[in-house]
Design a protein around this ligand. Structure first.
Ligand code: ZN
Ligand code: ZN
Ligand code: FE
Length: 759
């Protein structure tokens, strides 16, 4: 009894060793037929005994190759052809553009074993890879995904590598970056433009320089890192100084899980993230005491830790046996350097030693950052390892969409059919280099995934460079999407929700539809529309960007609003650092409405509170005051401050009594930790109360929480627990950031819903 079946496999099944895997599986089950790539994924025809066919299909779904992600397997019976062999056949010429470009993946266990095996021909070769691991997205210049269209084009495979490449039974079958010491990229150590050493000698020298407290620029997968010993206080301080980064935390790289455990406490969910082939930076609770310099993550309760993800990292960490600071190779706010010439120009003032290689990086891509909160995985920065993997959407895109994202932490998103291709983290669109990588990134994605957008979505803010870009493109349907609606839609899209839902969007600043700046918003939303039902009562934001960098300005606003007084007449402790003159200027700006807008921002409320309690009056990076207020909050406090919710539509959440009580406690010199805790509890109570009222008026039970404020773990845990205890269904972002890095996905699905409903 012989049957023949046609099996169509969809998902991420190209460029991940799927065909040799199918080949091996067919051999094992004594099945004939063929496998080939097509424009929907992989097409298999199989002929043999029905039982063998069944167990083939089962194994296919249960244990695919590590980098593959199967979305759908469809089988149908066809007429047997009487074949006896199985073959991998070439894809047809018109079947060229599919989801063939996958994220970069960390060195696999097989390659790692060979890397440290003296008998292997790739022993200590820093560019070992196979179909299950290695560079992908960052080396691809064009499609189809074939070696000549990658940055490996300049390396001619030796006979031995060539043989592996063409052998379907080999782990390196069609591994485009396949290479060995005889034919592939080489390491170079350079000081002030001069090559000092090559190959293994370069590596050994680099490790000894790190041990001696030197700062190194190291070329990685998606760009350059700046590295130094994480235990060397003097080296870390020097790096901070030269990089002009005052106290934003540095990421760490350690050799293995044991080394991670020596500096942080880690649970099972975190462990699987640390070990995943995406190899993100995972934010882990610090273990005290630990040998890491206090300069690495000052004022933080967590370290950002990652394991090595390239063979070069493994060799280096193995050689120097030190936890290393691995921070992006840039000067303060510039994007990470990835081009060699550019790196020399930009990083020479920070480092004098470069450890690089001759495999070019085509696409700049930062390290990703993730965290586990309330046993859920959340992505804070989605980049290397995750991008450009598409996110499946429940409602297909009726027309191809380009969403341009926000201003800070920009990502863009291309949507087509059932997939949303959210870009890697581009950065803050505040300088030419970043804007340039935004524009080039869009062109690259359009080409890689064969998407020619007909609809372009953008933020409401007219001054965002991403908005200006969208407006400048002619011939496309333009759809403006409100910032907080986009935040909530990103969460709805992740969970396949169409709404209406209760949406709680709390963040720094986003342009509202009434010309004020929003950020403390309760919307009832579907994908296509929203109603603003409640928000934090507005206060003046005086001085634009300076109000963000100087939380004391928000404190002045809130104190005037709540008490009609300024911080000096209240003689708040710790305020002597701000001159009376400055406070007067801001007060008069507020009074005269000069360079002042009204805002309902939750982030700015955090700023005001951090400043009122004397914790921080000026910030060195976005969100610093809020982060430090969270760090200050002590456990075991259940009290909160009073607040009021108005009844005119939209309801105004009035925090004036909160500020009043806070000021009284500050003057009584109560501990900051308990005031910080009570403030967080108050905000949690506000959220629960507004949601409770919305449930009554609108009979809704599903709540989406989104926006940068929900990166606050103390707040988030309390809010989730309280809402769930009251029977609400709570949804959070997980695959895309809850901060502005997720906005583009939300914009894309909103634009699609608007188009679908005829605008
Ligand atoms: Zn491998
Ligand atoms: Zn070779
Ligand atoms: Fe936002």
């Amino acid at each position: 009894m012989t049957e023949r079946r046609e099996i169509a496999v969809q998902g991420i099944v190209q460029g991940v060793g799927f065909r040799p895997f199918v080949y091996g599986l067919a051999q094992k089950h004594h099945l004939a037929g063929f496998v080939r790539n097509d424009n929907a994924g992989v097409m298999i025809e199989l002929e043999g005994e029905p039982r063998a066919l069944d167990s083939f299909v089962q194994s296919l779904g249960e244990a695919p190759p590590p980098l593959a992600k199967i979305e759908r397997i469809a089988c149908q019976a066809i007429a047997p052809k009487g074949e006896s062999d199985f073959a991998i056949i070439e894809s047809r010429a018109d079947d060229q553009r599919q989801i063939a470009i996958v994220p970069d993946a960390a060195t696999c266990d097989d390659c790692l074993r060979e890397l440290f095996d003296p008998r292997d021909r790739r022993f200590r070769y820093p560019f070992i890879n196979c179909t299950n691991c290695g560079p992908r997205f960052t080396i691809v210049k064009d499609v189809p995904y074939d070696r000549p269209l990658t940055t490996m084009a300049g390396f001619q495979m030796c006979a031995e590598c060539e043989r592996e490449y063409h052998d379907p039974a080999n782990r390196r079958f069609h591994a485009q970056p396949n290479a060995c010491p005889a034919c592939g990229p080489q390491l170079i150590l350079k000081t002030s433009g001069q090559a000092e050493a090559f190959g293994d000698e370069a590596l050994v020298l680099a490790a000894s320089l790190l041990k001696r407290g030197k700062i190194l620029a190291i070329k990685g997968l998606g760009g350059y890192h700046l590295a130094c010993s994480a235990c060397d206080n003097e080296a870390v301080s020097r790096l901070r100084q030269r990089k002009q980064r005052e106290d934003k935390p540095f990421a760490l790289m350690t050799l293995d899980l044991d080394a991670v455990r020596r500096i942080s406490s880690i649970d099972a969910a975190e462990e699987s993230l640390v070990l995943s082939h995406q190899r993100p930076i995972v934010l882990l609770r610090k273990r005290e005491p630990n040998p890491i310099s206090a300069q690495v993550a000052p004022g933080q309760s967590r370290f950002g830790v990652m394991l090595p993800y390239t063979p070069l990292h493994y060799l280096l960490l193995d050689q120097c046996r030190l936890p290393l600071v691995m921070t992006s190779g840039n000067l303060s706010d510039e994007p990470i350097a990835f081009d060699d010439a550019e790196a020399f120009e930009r990083l020479s003032a920070i480092t004098d030693i470069f450890l690089l290689h001759d495999r070019p990086i085509h696409m700049r891509c930062d390290d990703s950052v993730v965290r586990v909160v309330a046993s859920r995985q959340t992505v804070i920065r989605r980049a290397r390892g995750y991008a450009p993997e598409p996110i499946a959407v429940a409602v297909p895109f009726v027309q191809p969409v380009l969403a341009c994202g926000a201003h800070l932490k920009n990502t863009f998103c291309l949507g087509k059919e059932r997939h949303a291709f959210l870009s890697h983290h581009i950065g803050d669109l505040e300088n030419y280099e970043t804007f340039d990588s935004f524009v080039n990134g869009i062109e690259h994605f359009k080409n890689l995934f064969a998407i020619e957008p007909l609809v372009i979505a953008h933020d409401l803010h007219p001054e965002y460079l991403s908005t200006k870009y969208a407006v400048s493109i002619n011939g496309l349907t333009k759809i403006a999407v409100q910032h907080h609606h986009a935040h909530l839609a990103s969460c709805m899209a992740e969970h396949g929700l169409g709404g209406p839902v209760i949406g709680v969007a709390l963040d720094g600043l986003g342009y509202g539809d009434d010309g004020t700046i929003w950020g403390g918003e309760f919307l009832v939303a579907t994908l296509s529309r929203y109603e603003r039902r409640a928000h934090l009562r507005t206060v003046p934001l005086a001085g634009g960007d300076r109000a963000v960098r100087q939380p004391w300005r928000m404190a002045v606003s809130y104190l005037r609003d709540a008490l009609g007084k300024d911080p000096l007449s209240l003689s708040l402790p710790g305020w002597n650092v701000i001159s009376g003159k400055k406070i007067e200027i801001v007060t008069s700006m507020i009074q005269r409405g000069l360079n002042t807008v009204q805002t309902s921002s939750c982030g700015r409320l955090f700023d005001a509170v951090a400043s009122i309690v004397g914790l921080r009056h000026e910030v060195n990076y976005e969100g610093q005051a809020a982060i430090e207020l969270e760090m200050a909050a002590v456990e075991g406090v259940s009290e909160s401050y009073p607040f009021e919710i108005g009844s005119t539509n939209p309801w105004k959440i009035d925090m004036r009594s909160t500020i009043d009580h806070l000021v009284r406690e500050v003057r009584m010199k109560l501990p900051v930790g308990s005031m910080a805790a009570k403030f967080h509890n108050t905000l949690a109570a506000v959220i629960v109360e507004v949601c409770r009222r919305l449930r009554e008026t609108d009979s809704l039970n599903r709540i989406c929480l989104s926006g940068g404020t929900f990166q606050n773990e103390y707040l988030l845990q309390r809010v989730i627990a309280a809402l769930q205890a009251r029977g609400f269904e709570v949804y959070l972002n997980s695959q895309v950031p809850t901060n502005d890095g997720g906005i583009a996905l939300g914009q894309a699905v909103v634009a699609n819903a608007v188009v679908q409903q005829g605008g």
